[in-house]
Design a binder for this molecule. Sequence first.
Ligand SMILES: Cc1cc2nc3c(=O)[nH]c(=O)nc-3n(C[C@H](O)[C@H](O)[C@H](O)COP(=O)(O)OP(=O)(O)OC[C@H]3O[C@@H](n4cnc5c(N)ncnc54)[C@H](O)[C@@H]3O)c2cc1C
Length: 410
Amino acid sequence: MNRLPLPVLVVGGGVAGMRAALYLADAGHKVVLAEKDSFLGGQVMRLDKVYPTDHCAFCPVWPLAAACRSHPGITTRLSTQVLALKKKEASTVAVLRTTCSPVSAVDCVFCGLCLDVCPRKAISGRRDDIPYDPASPPLVVIRSEACDGCGECAARCPTRAIDLSVLKDGKTVEERLRVQGVIFATGFEEPVPGPAPEFGAHSHPDILTAMAFEKTVAEFRAEGALRCPSDKRLAKSIAFVQCAGARDRRYLAYCSAVCCMHAAKQARWLKRRDPALDVAVFYTDLRAPGKGQERYMRAAASEGVRLIRRRPGLVSPLDQRQRKGILIRHEEKDKVLSTVVDIVVLNGGLACSPGLERESAQAPLSSSCGFCREPADIARSVIQAGDAVNAFLAGPSRPEKEEATEAPHA
Ligand SMILES: Cc1cc2nc3c(=O)[nH]c(=O)nc-3n(C[C@H](O)[C@H](O)[C@H](O)COP(=O)(O)OP(=O)(O)OC[C@H]3O[C@@H](n4cnc5c(N)ncnc54)[C@H](O)[C@@H]3O)c2cc1C
């Protein structure tokens, strides 16, 4: 085992990265956990609720994030992107870029006084791209495009946590960090635009990607009813189109693994909230590999969700002047059928976060876990973190998979 007193770098502060950081730190290693976003939790923080428990998405994140923040062996670096990795003798040099925030995460106590005094309403208590959850802690965000730098907020802040010069200059700091090894946990991204143009991703507000739908649902959660993002009319029908761009050699050849369960989760929630809503799932074949997931999926059918085994060839907005709605073209035997619904959710086509995997060869000691290793839900991503740390602790000469069953040793 490598006994250099250098830290181990974990790239990505999602559930997989946080779990890996904790395993490493518990095994006695110093860990730097670098997350390019300004919060821990990764994509799970952008979900409305999570299968199979239907608990809020914050539940699996919070204990891990709190443990990482308080662990003496872990240095958490938020707003810090790992740009490159270079091999240097037996170690690796990582290039990190940190985007400085005008609000110090250490000093801010979320008192909310800055929100009250801002004359231009440029400050909010949460990020727009994260669904509102009353359980999650507030995050003071100053929108640079709305702020005129008057300084009222900084003057009112009781802990001197605000430095507006940082906002004006858009300050970033680059540094080189020597580490003994790297664990990649960079997760996934939805390709923008969606990979298959025939599904019309981003062409109409009522054709949503799966992640965008998570946010839409969260926004309407309090009201209980689903409204069309285009004009806020009450939706009477919704269809989930599975494998949109996935399992298709032209785009992403593989299955994204979480989309069938995601559709079942949201479809069941919609039906529970509004039994009159027509909810259909167009699927290629339903994949529910985890414990209890088959039962979860079947429950959707028994609760009135229409599961339709068909792979649509086209999703397109109707001419909105004549009739509102989204057209889905699909085939049954020799016939081409048309279905019109109010909202379409495109499910599938999740890609590993780009960039660093290519560079893993540069790091003498490296391993990967979570969605960037293979499409995986939260439970599997967390299990993989243990795998990755085991492989890492065992050293570079032994293949990752063979070490999966061995206990970590310091
Ligand atoms: C629509 C949808 C719904 C889902 N619903 C569920 C559900 O209900 N239940 C469930 O179990 N799973 C669900 N999942 C799957 C779940 O989101 C993933 O299992 C989970 O996000 C994987 O965690 P991760 O840590 O591997 O990756 P991520 O959550 O993607 O986290 C990776 C982190 O790495 C950071 N990062 C990337 N590159 C860099 C870099 N170069 N430097 C620094 N940081 C970097 C990113 O900012 C991100 O925070 C769903 C997925 C989708 C798409």
